[in-house]
Write a protein that binds this ligand. Structure first.
Ligand code: ADP
Ligand code: MG
Length: 288
């Protein structure tokens, strides 16, 4: 039978907007050693603003490049895609788009007006042997390839969440090691991770690499120590499932993320990870 105190803990957590799917997860939160965060949508808002549109193809202007990018991103639920569509601002004529293909951790590939278009990061350009510009611009760069040629790039930037720095500081004070994983470029990942004071930062990771990072931590720690992973469910459901306690951002997250997670933070605030750990500690004090 489940000790009564656990119901108190689960109830207290739910009042704070934290849904814990079982007493075993509340128990595991007491032994957390590593708190691993995904970047986009977890530590950052995941609402990118377009800061620069840079066409390079003959006859293609800024509005033209933004239009191609918006059509290329028309079927993606990634925050990058939503931001590019918002910057374009016009209704999309779906009949112009065919053959949508999402390349995990890289970007997307579709046919727009019968022409093959790619939108994604440097890795995607390298994979397709397209020579691209490496701009000095800070922020995430989305490169656009148009039937095998480089069409230009769009620079976008995200903001850290209001409580992200405090969330990391509190966890470190509680003696936890904080880690950030991201599929984004090294320069962006390190700028965000350093500004928030994370202990470890790992960038340019594909979803399977994120699982490998969890496995590396697993090999380092003692069997009793637990690993928490906190993500928004976009490109990170395998990691949510692999961690001892997978925590999903409930508001931003996909249904699949909420399904894969052991704990759901309804308010999307990373500081709620510390709240959940504190509630777990108080619950243990009551139970034993
Ligand atoms: P994070 O680890 O920061 O949450 P993801 O794993 O979701 O990021 O994505 C990694 C990288 O893949 C992004 O930074 C971006 O460069 C590229 N990418 C993913 N999806 C898209 C998309 N729809 N359009 C353009 N680029 C994308
Ligand atoms: Mg992500």
């Amino acid at each position: 039978s489940i000790p009564l105190g656990f119901f108190g803990g689960i109830g207290a957590a739910s009042k704070s907007g934290i849904l814990i799917k079982g007493s075993n997860y509340l128990e595991a939160l007491n032994d957390v050693k590593y708190v691993v965060f995904d970047k986009t949508g977890t530590l950052t808002k995941g609402a990118f603003k377009v800061t620069e549109v840079h066409p390079v193809l003959e006859g293609l202007d800024e509005q033209g490049l933004l239009e191609i990018a918006a059509y290329t991103e028309s079927h993606s639920t990634h925050p990058i895609a939503e931001s590019i569509r918002a910057a374009y601002g016009k209704e999309l004529d779906e009949t112009r788009v065919e053959g949508y293909n999402e390349i995990s951790g890289h970007g997307v590939q579709v046919q727009v007006d019968g022409r093959e278009v790619l939108a994604g990061n440097a890795k995607l350009m390298e994979r397709e042997s397209i020579t691209y510009i490496k701009p000095e611009a800070a922020g995430t760069i989305v490169h656009i390839g148009l039937h095998g040629e480089y069409a230009g790039y769009i620079a976008i930037s995200d903001e850290v969440k209001e409580d992200a720095a405090e969330a990391v500081r509190n966890l470190k004070q509680m003696g936890k090691t904080t880690v950030m994983l991201t599929g984004d470029a090294k320069a962006v990942g390190e700028a965000v991770g350093r500004s928030l004071g994370l202990d470890e930062i790992h960038a340019e990771l594909l979803p399977q690499h994120k699982v490998e990072e969890i496995e590396k931590l697993d090999a380092k720690k003692s069997p009793k120590e637990k690993i928490v992973f906190v993500g928004d469910g976009i490109n990170d459901t395998p990691v949510l499932a692999r961690a001892d306690v997978g925590i999903a951002m409930g508001g931003l997250g996909s249904d699949a993320a909420i399904e894969a997670a052991d704990v759901v933070i309804m308010t999307d605030e990373p500081s709620k990870v510390g709240t959940a750990i504190r509630i777990a500690g108080r619950t243990r004090a009551i139970v034993w």
